[in-house]
Design a protein around this ligand. Sequence first.
Ligand SMILES: NC(=O)c1ccc[n+]([C@@H]2O[C@H](COP(=O)([O-])OP(=O)(O)OC[C@H]3O[C@@H](n4cnc5c(N)ncnc54)[C@H](O)[C@@H]3O)[C@@H](O)[C@H]2O)c1
Length: 347
Amino acid sequence: MEKKLRVGTIGLGMGSAHVRGFQSHPNAEVVAVADANEERLNQKGKELGVPSLYLDAEEMLKKEKLDVVSVATPNKFHKPLVLAALKAGCHVLCEKPMAMNAKEAKDMLAAAKKAKKRLMINFSYRFAEQSQAMKKQVETGILGEVYFARSVWHRRRGMPGFGGWFGQKALSGGGPLIDLGVHRLDLALWLMNYPKPTWVMASAYDHIASAIAKREKKAFDVEDIAVAMIKFENGASLELEASWAANIKERELMETRLMGTKGGLLQKNLDEGYNFDAEFFLESEGCQFDMKLHPPVPGCKGSYHHFIESISTNKPHIATGEEGLIVMEILDAIYESAATNAPVKIG
Ligand SMILES: NC(=O)c1ccc[n+]([C@@H]2O[C@H](COP(=O)([O-])OP(=O)(O)OC[C@H]3O[C@@H](n4cnc5c(N)ncnc54)[C@H](O)[C@@H]3O)[C@@H](O)[C@H]2O)c1
């Protein structure tokens, strides 16, 4: 039997899902995990049945001779840990956002190229079976030419780990845009075939969460909503909106909408939760039709499975570092446009 890939995961919040995902592939063995929080390390390590536990990720990289490493720490640590894992000769799956900004993302991509190792970004929403089915349909040309898209993720009140690292710019790089917005941005860009971005015009506000933070004496110095219009070289445009605190009806609202010359597409969440509906809107012989995707959808087993499968079969993976960098370039431009109240050119 082929030798199993030795996998290690760093950071055991979201990283616990990484471990379970890798464990679902017969060609992967999660041999070690690292987390700087001893209590979490011991509890999660035991729960997940991982043999070797490390408080220091660098020590894990030195001792374990890993083939694959995944990084799921606060955003500030993505770059140094990805560089260390590449230096240790590992393929790397890095959580979204790829980095704090595009400069860091560029350095990470250059390091992966130099090391001749893979760098994948965990844009996990692409790997939902429904998203994969939508992409396949879009690739048949059902939408014609996509000229406008709108992708949003809003929360009425939903600051993750309020008072913790998510709301501190020095640790996160930003607020809901870099946290939730990246998912909806990547999904729309992926469905649109990652067109080249050219201009961004954006605004960001912090009226609601900042006031709550002040009242509750919690650290918070990022936006609570960001909105942007992104223009592309091919003439298409994308409206992106992301919030942790907005005065809307829904607890949680996620929508990605594409409009094309032949058809439209809408994926939206149901009952303010994490289940989604996907529908295509078409015109044929002068009549308008709606085509709804009905689960179950055969196929994709998630990003972790995909990464291991791609390495094992020597095939390219999706959600590449190159795409992660484009997302970071757009985010940088959005934050700059919001700060300067002016349009920002990319590239
Ligand atoms: N793809 C998704 O759907 C998704 C969902 C949630 C979070 N995330 C991303 O995952 C990352 C982690 O988020 P989270 O919600 O798990 O945060 P978290 O705070 O719950 O967990 C982060 C863990 O990393 C550990 N850690 C911090 N620095 C470390 C270091 N240098 N070495 C080892 N361990 C370290 C902490 O002790 C903590 O246990 C973020 O980048 C976030 O954006 C992605």
